[in-house]
Design a protein around this ligand. Structure first.
Ligand SMILES: Nc1ncnc2c1ncn2[C@@H]1O[C@H](COP(=O)(O)OP(=O)(O)O)[C@@H](O)[C@H]1O
Ligand SMILES: [Mg+2]
Length: 265
């Protein structure tokens, strides 16, 4: 990691009714990288990104984007500072067109509704034209141009995931945080999502990706952080992390991993 990361998280702790979901977690995301956050179910991945995008309030911890503290700020303040995200459950306006779904996304990111913004802005036509151009560009990136005028409800599950990634990109964020972008997505579409993430990254966007699909993360990420029971178990390059006996233990069960570790000694 560089000395001056895009995102720096220090000592993040979040408890739910006495259960420690995230436990004194410190990590950094370097600008321009794709970082993977993996770990078994319930290890605190979603809670971590909920906190650092302003959707949950941690008990302890501080975080900074390009050195600016965002600790305790609401979600829209994070969005305005340049943090965008998607959710594990796909959220789309079913009856609205893909184009309108994207145009609404940029308004939500500003923390005001579409209509509030229209009423307030003197040059709303310009703002709308800009949003429309960006939406078309992003539909091209995710390969959904043909469906621009179709309602979101006609999309397959994988296509919806692509739409939410496009939506997260509308406000030209510095950091995009994706929660399980390929969960439940078929192998062909997984490749498509992977391609889209690489394209987005090539445009200079930094990505933090939470995923259950370890192979996907290992192919895509230069740096991987492994959580177990809310704590950082390991981090490093994919090859390093993959061979770590503690990681094997978390994923495969203690018995098998200790046998693996014994074999290495
Ligand atoms: N809103 C919540 N209320 C109570 N417990 C929660 C809530 N969200 C998550 N948890 C608990 O916190 C732990 C971590 O959950 P989560 O961050 O969703 O893990 P992951 O995303 O790695 O599967 C789990 O034990 C989960 O049951
Ligand atoms: Mg989760």
């Amino acid at each position: 990691m560089t000395a001056d990361p895009l995102l720096a998280v220090r000592g993040l702790t979040k408890t739910y009714y006495g259960l420690t979901a995230v436990d004194d977690l410190t990590f950094a995301v370097a600008a321009g990288t794709i970082v993977g956050l993996i770990g078994p179910n319930g290890s605190g991945k979603s809670t971590t990104i909920d906190c650092i995008s302003g959707f949950q309030r941690p008990d302890v911890g501080r975080w900074f984007l390009r050195g600016t503290e965002l600790t305790g700020r609401p979600a829209h303040a994070h969005a305005r500072a340049g943090v965008a995200r998607t959710f594990q459950t796909v959220r789309a306006y079913e009856t609205l067109t893909l184009l309108d779904n994207l145009r609404l996304a940029v308004q939500e990111h500003d923390g005001v509704t579409w209509w509030q913004s229209l009423a307030r802005s003197v040059s709303w036509r310009d703002a709308e034209a800009e949003a429309t151009a960006r939406a078309h560009e992003l539909l091209g990136v995710v390969g959904l141009t043909n469906y621009a005028g179709a309602p979101a409800e006609i999309l397959s599950y994988g296509q919806r995931k692509l739409l939410t990634i496009a939506a997260s990109m509308m406000a030209r964020p510095a950091l995009v945080v994706l929660d399980e972008p390929v969960a439940g997505v078929n192998p062909t579409m997984i490749r498509r999502v992977e391609e889209v993430i690489r394209r987005v990254n090539a445009e200079g966007v930094t990505l933090l990706i939470v995923e259950h699909n370890v192979d996907f993360i290992m192919r895509l990420c230069g740096h991987v952080i492994v959580l177990d029971a809310g704590k950082k178990l390991a981090e490093g390059e994919p090859a390093e992390v993959r061979g770590d006996p503690r990681v094997l233990a978390a994923y495969l069960g203690r018995g098998r991993a200790s046998r693996e570790a014994a074999r290495r000694d």
